[in-house]
Design a protein around this ligand. Structure first.
Ligand SMILES: *[C@@H]1O[C@H](CO)[C@@H](O)[C@H](O)[C@H]1NC(C)=O
Ligand SMILES: *[C@@H]1O[C@H](CO)[C@@H](O)[C@H](O)[C@H]1NC(C)=O
Ligand SMILES: *[C@@H]1O[C@H](CO)[C@@H](O)[C@H](O)[C@H]1NC(C)=O
Ligand SMILES: *[C@@H]1O[C@H](CO)[C@@H](O)[C@H](O)[C@H]1NC(C)=O
Ligand SMILES: *[C@@H]1O[C@H](CO)[C@@H](O)[C@H](O)[C@H]1NC(C)=O
Ligand SMILES: *[C@@H]1O[C@H](CO)[C@@H](O)[C@H](O)[C@H]1NC(C)=O
Ligand SMILES: *[C@@H]1O[C@H](CO)[C@@H](O)[C@H](O)[C@H]1NC(C)=O
Ligand SMILES: *[C@@H]1O[C@H](CO)[C@@H](O)[C@H](O)[C@H]1NC(C)=O
Ligand SMILES: *[C@@H]1O[C@H](CO)[C@@H](O)[C@H](O)[C@H]1NC(C)=O
Ligand SMILES: *[C@@H]1O[C@H](CO)[C@@H](O)[C@H](O)[C@H]1NC(C)=O
Length: 355
């Protein structure tokens, strides 16, 4: 009997580990669906390039979505937006791409003369814009005021941030509230951003512990302020920035009126308008995955293959866009883990009908 119990425990343990494997695997249901147009290269180095993006003519939606892959100078090859020097680190079909952008720096010697001044700017293609929620305008320094200037539709927008401190001890790790670090939201729908840095006293009052200003519009999660940021940012050249893209300028309703230009090509796709208020994008319908911008790009998800995607107690049957739970012969019920499950015996209906 002891052995019996032991075996049971072992089996239970095995089941638990199998379940765990399933759970951790199922995080990426991303099967091998096609992401680029037929005969188009779907990656550059480590970065995958899904349509509407593409590396050559006929492979992208329009010029804005051209990705240039530099494989002569970089190993692994490095993708850039169009013919710009903006490197792409990832592209998502949810409407974002992540790029690297240089940070602005303004440094002084002890006597207050400027020794370094870098104020880079970035301009993204038309139809693209700097994501206003994932990115923040962040400024670091103890004698610093800065502007982030951008434009949209031929109008300029500017926002400012002031960061001061008198003593290194005043800096609080993780706190970006104006003492050594200042942060601001940026305006929606900006196509370009430039950060300019200024100083009140050329760092002469704080030169014992600080001699540089830094500024950037970057993915908020990529930077956490700490006292050591004052010196560490010296060695940082670039930080990630999240860019939004859209495939059309109008609303979904307007886009659907012209089937030849409508970008949601897959039969199982649907159109939506992003939060940033510009244009439209496509996604696969519930129960489908893949690339909604390609003909037949959305493929049925087999929920039965992934334990975490179905709620079936015993047997699962895949259907287009969904799944069914079934009970084995001799059982009845809805077959669901969170429902009635499968109960041994015939259903009540069957019992009652014959009388
Ligand atoms: C892809 O390339 C192959 C061989 O080069 C060609 O036969 C085929 O027609 C091409 N398909 C498309 C969709 O261009
Ligand atoms: C590219 O991907 C491979 C495997 O995923 C990884 O080992 C390598 O470090 C990556 N290279 C870069 C530059 O990210
Ligand atoms: C690759 O990058 C190098 C250095 O930035 C540049 O000189 C070269 O022209 C690029 N090649 C291509 C094909 O873009
Ligand atoms: C990004 O591109 C620049 C050239 O514009 C290059 O110097 C740099 O190494 C690239 N950075 C990464 C992380 O690939
Ligand atoms: C700025 O300060 C750092 C250390 O605080 C020092 O190493 C560096 O030489 C200083 N730079 C200038 C230009 O004074
Ligand atoms: C300030 O310091 C720099 C080097 O740190 C030196 O080259 C410059 O001549 C100095 N300027 C003045 C006005 O003292
Ligand atoms: C501060 O630096 C700027 C150059 O960045 C210079 O024009 C100005 O004269 C400096 N001011 C002082 C008080 O040193
Ligand atoms: C916006 O700012 C840029 C650079 O400062 C300037 O060249 C441009 O004329 C400005 N545009 C408008 C419409 O004010
Ligand atoms: C590409 O398409 C987007 C979305 O319709 C549009 O905003 C952008 O202006 C287009 N780019 C070019 C170069 O035509
Ligand atoms: C529909 O879109 C096509 C391709 O973009 C364009 O040539 C055509 O003029 C559009 N038709 C209408 C009615 O807007």
């Amino acid at each position: 009997m002891g052995l019996h119990l032991h075996l049971h425990l072992l089996r239970a343990q095995l089941l638990v580990s199998i379940l765990l494997i399933f759970v951790s695997r199922s995080v990426s249901t991303q099967s091998n669906f096609q992401i680029a147009k037929p005969n188009c290269t779907d990656h550059c180095g480590n970065v995958s390039i899904p349509f509407p993006f593409g590396r050559s003519e006929g492979c992208y939606f329009n010029e804005s979505f051209l990705v240039t892959c530099n494989d002569t100078h970089y190993n692994p090859p490095e993708p850039f937006i169009g013919d710009s020097s903006i490197n792409i680190t990832s592209i998502s079909l949810e409407g974002q791409l992540r790029v690297l952008q240089f940070i602005a720096k303004d440094c002084y010697s002890r006597n207050g003369t400027s020794v370094l001044n870098i104020e880079p700017s970035i301009t993204v293609p038309s139809g693209f814009m700097v994501n206003p929620t994932a990115n923040k305008f962040i400024v670091v320094g103890c004698d610093t005021y800065a502007f982030a200037s951008g434009y949209r539709e031929n109008r300029n927008y500017s926002t400012g941030c002031i960061s001061l401190c008198q003593n290194e001890d005043d800096l609080v790790d993780g706190s970006c509230t104006g003492v050594g670090c200042c942060q601001m939201l940026i305006s929606k729908q900006l196509r370009g951003v430039q950060v300019t840095l200024n100083s009140f006293d050329n760092f002469t009052r704080v030169s014992d512990f600080d001699n540089c200003s830094y500024g950037f519009v970057a993915e908020e999660s990529a930077f956490t302020f700490s006292a050591s940021s004052l010196s560490n940012l010296k060695n940082v050249e670039m930080l990630p920035m999240v860019i939004d893209w859209a495939v059309g300028e109008g609303t979904c309703e307007e886009a659907r009126n012209n089937i030849s230009s409508y970008a949601c090509k897959s039969e199982k796709s649907k159109c939506y308008e992003p939060d940033n208020g510009y244009g439209y994008r496509c996604r696969c319908q519930e129960g489908y995955e893949g690339n909604p911008y390609l003909d037949d790009g959305c493929k049925d998800i087999d929920e039965c293959k992934h334990q975490s995607l179905n709620k079936c107690k015993k047997k699962c049957e895949n259907t287009p866009g969904g799944y069914k739970c079934v009970c084995p012969k001799g059982y009845h019920g809805d077959g669901k883990k969170d429902g009635r499950g499968c109960i041994r015996g015939q259903s009540l209906i069957f019992k009652l009908v014959p009388g």
